[in-house]
Write a protein that binds this ligand. Structure first.
Ligand SMILES: C[S@@+](CC[C@H](N)C(=O)[O-])C[C@H]1O[C@@H](n2cnc3c(N)ncnc32)[C@H](O)[C@@H]1O
Length: 275
């Protein structure tokens, strides 16, 4: 069944890009993530995908699929230790993590995104007893009351914090650690130079794609504790250090050589913090 026509602009449009890149990976004979839900969603959404279907997009899919793979691994790791956990998947877009992972039966999963994204998501996926969708901005407070507290909680924020202002990030994190007694936060972030570049290039890039600029960047794990003193930085990893998983030898070599350059390697990192 088709999910209808989509023409998002603004920050909502970014999830069509990540979805499309996961679908390209899934259609590759040697996928890294193999997200068949993404491939199916792209086939069901009436969007002008030719805007994204360019050779440079296909080459650049690896940061997105390697990032998603690492988020999946850290999600599974948390759920192995806490099979009765609550998972709060912020800015879920059309990501299928709740379906592509083999979740323990006791997990309660909440996917959260802006109302128009969740409206589209509801045309693709069904709620169940353990799986719910919440249409809200993460910068609002009211939606948090819908999430039961009391169990260990995994908070996932993939491709979100850079689009918020730092004051919004601090407020969000403090609200989350106030509401949930214990758990982990996993999120990705960029270095300050990468955020600055999005502002410098915005005028030029907006000719072909009005990509929203990044507002929040991270220098290192200590920034997390500065944002919210209840969070303790546990570890972090540069996405591109997983270049061995890239099936194409030429691109694997490119990312292997590039990942020796610190400022390039660290431009996209995934962090894990405890509370
Ligand atoms: C780059 S996409 C990432 C989507 C998904 N995590 C993925 O990897 O495919 C950014 C997402 O953040 C969502 N987003 C941005 N600001 C938000 C906000 N204030 N509240 C909820 N979602 C937001 C957008 O709607 C979009 O779905």
């Amino acid at each position: 069944m088709m999910a209808g026509k989509v023409d998002f602009t603004g920050v909502q449009s970014t999830m069509l890009v990540t979805l499309f890149l996961r679908a390209l990976d899934a259609k590759d004979p040697h996928p890294v993530l193999g997200d068949r839900f993404a491939a199916d969603a792209v086939d069901r959404i009436a969007y002008d995908w030719s805007k994204l279907d360019k050779p440079n997009m296909a080459r650049n899919r690896f940061p997105v699929v390697l990032r998603a793979t690492r988020f999946d691994e850290w999600t599974i790791d948390f759920l192995r230790r806490h099979p009765d956990a609550t998972v709060l998947h912020l800015a879920c877009g059309l990501d299928s993590r709740a379906f592509r992972l083999d979740l323990p039966a006791g997990v309660r999963w909440f996917d959260v995104d802006l109302p128009d994204v969740i409206a589209l998501r509801r045309r693709l996926y069904q709620e169940t007893d353990g799986y719910h969708m919440i249409a809200a901005s993460v910068t609002d407070e009211a939606w948090l009351a819908e999430i039961p507290a009391g169990r260990p909680t995994l908070i996932i924020a993939e491709g979100l914090l850079m689009y918020l202002h730092e004051a919004e990030v601090r407020q969000l994190l403090r609200r989350l650690t106030d509401r949930f007694p214990s758990g982990e936060l996993i999120f990705d972030s960029v270095l300050p130079w990468a955020a600055k570049m999005t502002h410098l290039l915005k005028k030029y890039l907006s000719r072909w794609y009005p990509y929203p600029a990044y507002w929040t960047a991270i220098r290192g794990g200590s920034d997390i504790e500065r944002w919210d003193p209840r969070l303790r930085h546990r570890d972090n990893v540069a996405v591109m250090t997983a270049y061995q998983q890239i099936p194409n030898p030429g691109l694997r070599r490119f990312y292997r050589v590039s990942s020796r350059i610190g400022w390039f390697r660290d431009s996209l990192r995934i962090f894990r913090a405890e509370f």
